[in-house]
Design a protein around this ligand. Structure first.
Ligand SMILES: [Zn+2]
Length: 264
């Protein structure tokens, strides 16, 4: 059973239904029965996935930003709960795992205690040749407070550009929250502007609220263990974000209506 306002699954075991008055039924939980919200049960997960509805409705087209992987690399459909409770503990330090899930962008983290966290960093726009020397491309490395790039040295003012680095809080239908950083490749298409353009408009906070927050997104993440202070910790890198379109939602709603009609 699903509570449709909150998207929670309520599991009920051993309930006896009796006719109360004509047309009215009453349920009593018997000895050994229970009522649980979001029970840890494969049937509950299946129900949630069916309800969340977008598991198979959307296919990724943007594979260009996949981190070091081919477009043929397989990813697994998960919930955020599974990502936290199953994928994370299963990681080893050599191999990453690709997963996909659907979530809402709840908010952007713009503060750490009293410190303001800008949603972008300043990058070096000097042209450098690629490793194989075949072509030139922007360096894109972070520029430090004194205007220096680790590779290019002092960067002239006009070659310093802002690139998105947005700390996003995503939430899926299981209620789990996860902070994921989005960079230019993912955040540009999501909000429709470069960080440079958005910062030039002034009120960044309002811009971010107005442009990026609506809707449901399908995310692909690569999960890996990263070494930090001699310890390995799970790290999730977003390789692709795609907005779930109104058409996809409608198609799914129609599928659900068809399934419900078939039950009747
Ligand atoms: Zn540089």
């Amino acid at each position: 059973m699903i509570d449709d306002n909150f998207g929670k699954v309520v599991g009920i075991k051993s309930v006896r239904f009796t006719e109360f008055n004509p047309g009215q039924k009453s349920g009593v939980v018997s000895d050994g029965g229970w009522v649980k919200v979001n029970p840890h049960d494969p049937r509950a997960t299946a129900l949630e996935q069916w309800w969340s509805g977008v598991d198979n409705a959307v296919t990724f087209t943007n594979l260009s930003s996949s981190v070091g992987g081919s477009s043929l690399e397989k990813s697994t459909q998960v919930t955020m709960m599974q990502l936290i409770h199953s994928v994370e503990p299963s990681l080893n330090d050599t191999k990453g795992v690709l997963s996909e899930f659907t979530a809402r962008l709840v908010r952007v983290i713009d503060r750490r205690r009293d410190e303001v966290l800008l949603p972008y960093y300043t990058a070096c726009a000097l042209e450098r040749s690629t490793n194989d020397g075949s072509r030139m491309m922007k360096c894109n490395k972070k520029i430090d407070g004194s205007g220096h790039c680790a590779s290019c040295g002092l960067v002239p003012e006009e070659k310093r550009i802002k690139r998105w680095m947005v700390r996003c809080v995503f939430q899926d239908f299981t209620g789990a929250n996860m902070i994921l950083q989005l960079f230019d490749d993912q955040f540009n298409p999501l909000c429709g502007k470069t960080a440079e353009e958005a910062a030039g408009q002034g009120d960044l906070e309002n811009f971010l609220k107005g442009s990026a927050y609506q809707g449901l997104f399908k995310l692909r993440v690569r999960s890996k263990l990263d070494e930090y202070d001699g310890k390995f910790r799970p790290r999730h890198t977003v390789t692709s974000v795609q907005k779930v379109s109104g058409a996809d939602m409608m198609r799914h709603a129609q599928n659900m209506i068809d399934e419900i009609s078939a039950l009747a």
